[in-house]
Design a protein around this ligand. Sequence first.
Ligand code: PLP
Length: 444
Amino acid sequence: MKREHVIKPILDHPYPTIQYGKGVYLYDDQGKAYIDGCSGAVTAGIGHGVQEIVDAMMEQASKVSFVYRSQFTSEPAEQLAKKLSDLAPGNDYWTFFVNSGSEATETAMKMAIQYWQERGRPGKNKVISRRMSYHGITMGALSMSGHVLRRRRFIPLLADLPVVAPPYCYRCPLGKTSPSCQMACADDLNTAIKRIGAEHIAAFIAEPIIGAAGGAIVPPAGYYKKIKEICEQHDILFIADEVMTGIARTGAMFGMEHYGVEPDLIALGKGMSAGYTPMAATMAKDHVMEPILQGSKSIMSGHTYSANPQSAAISLAVLAYIEKHQLVEAAEIKGTILLNRLRQMADGIAIIGDVRGQGLLIALEFVADRTEKRMFAANIGVTSRMIEKAFHKGLLVYPAGGAVDGEGDAIIVAPPLVITEEEIDQLVRILAESIREVMAEVIP
Ligand code: PLP
């Protein structure tokens, strides 16, 4: 079979062909097994080849797979929106279904802007984000992303939106130390709002725990409480981008539960269908919907596949599976085990600067010098070497870092929430071998 018709991420790189997956393992057509140490793109939360999901898929397909959202609603879509609202912090959300995380954050941006228009304040149309953030690849989502590398080619087409300092304590962007800094990074939002003028700002968007742009960066306790207070003081909506953190990944159904904050809007993706179908969502609290319901009564967004019954039924089955197998609790328990094992492993490996995370969203940051926290030069490609080395040994890990001028090396370890202790041991063993081999290559 000629395979050169598919445009792959790196065009001259040989990609193995997948044959099947079961649990935390994937198998290629040569029979090689891979531990899915990152759930693909932090997506396959319940593991591969789960029969209950296949059954739900078949059952819905035998009724109807697709209806257009302007013509019909469906039982699975209605049930899923209700279920998400029941699970979310505060329990009073409406849901707009989309197909990817980028669409979910972009829709949240549009809804925030529309909310202020309906309230007679159309000048409030900018969204503030943070440096070191990733909210998606479409132009609106990329406009809100503080990810220099991914933005670079498209700068002239992107909205010039403000960014503030991330809560990155390992390497504070403001040169301070926690806790004596008193969360100056949160104050940075306040400063930016005052500089730009709250009358121009619709919303602030943040990932509860920074994912691909930094690598499982957990904010200091109290950070989001302070952020929410600042947003409320200035009449600004708070959007939580839970595309990576949402649906059990961090040991809570929603990442923001760890911080006791109820976002005005939430973007979901990845884990909500666990990779069994493209599915994502933008959730909006009752009070955000109210002026829209009283005003134009319609959200100016939508996609052909929005709210299709097939994807909704699959997502419902994924949520049922998570509850039945107590995977929120499992993420916390297994996450603690994995984090401890990785920290023990790091003790003996000089280039591991930091091991951090929450639940089963964990990252390792690599440094050329541990004491000085000196980064490797970008052209050494430490992250890609790590990923490639582990891949050859049968372990998948996910790249992070590189958001600021392409510098910074980190990998995300985020296996399916069903991983066993034995599988964790195997994962850590292969990872340690891979890191040691890369270290021998890059430190003469
Ligand atoms: N937001 C966050 C936090 C993400 O991690 C991602 C993807 O990695 C996105 C948005 C974009 O999601 P998608 O790739 O499904 O468009």
